[in-house]
Design a protein around this ligand. Structure first.
Ligand code: AMP
Ligand code: MG
Length: 331
């Protein structure tokens, strides 16, 4: 039987457990998200949520995979980047299970895991990746043994911008899907700050300007339409420049905001113009979940990576390009 990995994800508001085998099969992928009634995510509340629901999520993942704990050959966990209390809770669960089962422990970079699960899902080997989520907005490509961040947000992440805008007009959390639905009935474009600075972008000005449109009486639908066209256009410009620079032949869209059909359509258009392949990660693998951690854990394990429990402290500020990607050959 190919090696089975239990992957635990818990960098922010979601806690997830997934079981993936070394042949790339996802056997289970269970998660649960803390949805605050009002305000943003409080790190302490999110970590309490993970503590409370973690054990039952892990049990469900094992049951749904049709295995017993003894079938688990390694345990991987999201080591960073993320919120300290959430990472610590997740790491504690991973250490405990690995020690109890006497199996290796692997620390996984959350952003790298989004890319690797996207590659598994698409069969891509060397994409330019647009990673868009609640906490991250990055354009990434592999170069010189690392996943290099070619461009990123200088302030808030795109998902955070959508959620914060939504909250200000009383949309429930997460607001991203509701903004998408509203935008479908919007038609009139209202100008919002298009803020691309070199290879980086900024969304905080757009958030302020979009709220101002609402206060001036512009409809929610037209405002959501304008937000989407501007915010996604900015991403397309940077993705296009990264493609021109790296000459890569694959464009991958991943992260929770990848569930958006309009963003998918815009980036598909970029890929078509460049005559390259495009893939939007299957929605169940787009947001934060354990299967991506399990799969990346397997790749690291196969390359000989191991983590001693004593050295397994969390890295809340672990950047995408800080890790040598030992399981990939130079491209
Ligand atoms: P993640 O941080 O990867 O779990 O993704 C969560 C983020 O994705 C939140 O900010 C959501 O608002 C956002 N999101 C989820 N679905 C959509 C959608 N259909 N359109 C835009 N954003 C979305
Ligand atoms: Mg994420």
């Amino acid at each position: 039987m190919p090696a089975m990995c239990l992957g635990l994800e818990g960098t922010a508001h979601s806690f997830g457990a997934g079981i993936v085998s070394a042949d790339g099969q996802v056997h289970s992928n269970i998660w649960d998200m803390l949805s605050p009634d009002e305000g943003g995510i409080h790190p302490r509340e999110a970590s309490r949520h993970h503590t409370e629901i973690g054990p039952s999520i892990i049990k469900k993942a094992i049951d749904q995979a049709g295995i017993t704990p003894d079938d688990i050959d390694l345990v991987a966990f999201s080591r960073g980047p993320g919120l300290g209390p959430c990472l610590r809770t997740t790491a504690t669960m991973a250490r405990t299970i690995a020690l109890k089962l006497s199996v290796p422990l692997i620390g996984v970079n959350h952003c790298v895991a989004h890319i690797e699960i996207g590659c598994l899902d698409s069969g891509f080997t060397n994409p330019v990746t647009v990673y868009v989520s609640g906490g991250n907005t990055q354009i990434i490509a592999f170069a010189g043994n690392r996943f290099r961040t070619f461009g990123e947000t200088l302030d808030i992440a795109i998902g955070n911008m959508l959620d914060t805008f939504g909250r200000s007009i009383h949309m429930p959390f997460p607001a991203g899907p509701i903004v998408e639905r509203e935008a479908k009935s919007g038609h009139k474009y209202h100008s919002l700050p298009y803020s691309v600075k070199g290879m980086d972008l900024s969304y905080s000005g757009m958030l302020t300007a979009a709220r101002k449109l609402i206060s001036e009486g512009v409809s929610v639908a037209d405002t959501c339409f304008s937000i989407q066209e501007t915010a996604f256009g900015m991403l397309a410009e940077i993705a296009e420049r990264a493609l021109a620079h790296t000459k890569k032949k694959e464009l991958l869209l991943t992260g929770g905001v990848a569930k958006n059909a309009r963003l998918t359509e815009i980036l598909q258009g970029v890929a078509t113009r460049h005559g390259i392949r495009f893939h939007r990660v299957t929605p169940s693998l787009a947001g934060d979940q354990g299967a991506m951690i399990a799969w990346t854990g397997i790749l690291q394990f196969q390359a000989g990576d191991r983590l001693n429990t004593a050295d397994s402290h969390i890295w809340p500020k672990w950047r995408t390009d800080e890790q040598d990607i030992v399981w990939r050959t130079q491209q």
